[in-house]
Design a protein around this ligand. Sequence first.
Ligand SMILES: [Ca+2]
Length: 95
Amino acid sequence: MGRLNDLLTRLAKIKDDPNVWAQAVHFLIGYSVVLTAQYHWYGGLVASVIWAAIATVIEAWYDPRYEGDPFFNGGLIDLTSYIAGILGALGSIYL
Ligand SMILES: [Ca+2]
């Protein structure tokens, strides 16, 4: 019971971490952009490439320059979350 309580306590704390929410949102954006494109014009694969390029520009150039969020201190994690969402959507479409 102690271990279960420890696990539940740890899980409950995750929701208080803003980084977890930020990564979840980046993932969902990547996921929903690709699925939306696929739904409307069968362009999931094309949208994946375009969105991955846009996300790279956002995280490597825009955020460091205009939001003070360095690429190697947060941006890379954001980009990874976008890519994970894109891959998740491609998995939903093609697997
Ligand atoms: Ca960012």
